[in-house]
Design a protein around this ligand. Structure first.
Ligand SMILES: O=P(O)(O)OC[C@H]1O[C@H](OP(=O)(O)OP(=O)(O)O)[C@H](O)[C@@H]1O
Ligand SMILES: Nc1ncnc2[nH]cnc12
Length: 179
């Protein structure tokens, strides 16, 4: 699983810091809470390194999904020296933006992004959790609307049994941990 053998123990520890919270935000949902992992400096760093390792040299920018995806994407953009594209929930961007609606494990939403990078830029998309895949599929659609190329998709935690991987449909989908 780890891309840097020396970080394997650190990643194992990082995985143990992801909490499972039953029935949040609604009955029947097993919520993966990554805040203890974010609180641990070495675990956070090893996780961000593992997220971007397979994509080194293949992307020009990093996109992150509001809100938890921002936390990982901005660290990853800093570590790789690229710019950051925040893909925001609707109604928060001040200039014209491409937008796509979608449903997720516990609701519906819409995401939007500005076209602040040159057309044809290769964008790596980062989020914290892959569940049904609705969020990431919508993010990819937004990038296509803006004439960007999806360089790949990197996710901290994949919930295996919700069909998210198929819904995203990206052969370069990389997940660091899975259930
Ligand atoms: O695969 P899906 O079923 O689409 O679910 C995954 C998405 O759900 C969560 O975001 P949420 O919209 O809850 O936003 P948050 O980061 O602001 O908590 C999570 O951060 C992913 O973006
Ligand atoms: N089960 C879950 N835990 C954390 N984030 C999520 N986003 C969608 N489903 C989720």
């Amino acid at each position: 699983m780890p891309y840097y053998p020396e970080s394997s123990a650190e990643l194992e520890r990082a995985e143990s810091l992801i909490l499972e919270i039953p029935d949040y935000p609604s009955a029947g949902i097993l919520f993966r809470d990554i805040t203890p992992l974010l609180a641990d400096g070495p675990a956070f760093r090893a996780t961000v390194d593992a997220l971007i390792a397979p994509f080194r040299g293949t992307f020009d920018a990093i996109a992150g999904l509001e809100a938890r995806g921002f936390l990982l994407a901005s660290a990853a953009a800093y570590a790789s020296g690229t710019g950051l594209m925040p893909i925001r929930k609707s109604g928060k961007l001040p200039r014209p933006a491409a937008g796509v609606g979608y449903s997720l494990e516990y609701g519906i939403a819409e995401v939007e992004a500005h076209a602040d990078f040159p057309r044809g830029s290769r964008v790596l998309v980062i989020d914290d959790v892959l569940a049904t895949g609705g969020t990431l599929a919508a993010a990819h659609e937004v990038l296509r609307m803006l004439d960007y190329e999806v360089a790949g998709t990197a996710v901290l935690f994949e919930i295996d049994d919700l069909g998210g991987r198929d819904a995203v449909g990206d052969p370069r989908l990389h997940t660091v941990f899975r259930s």
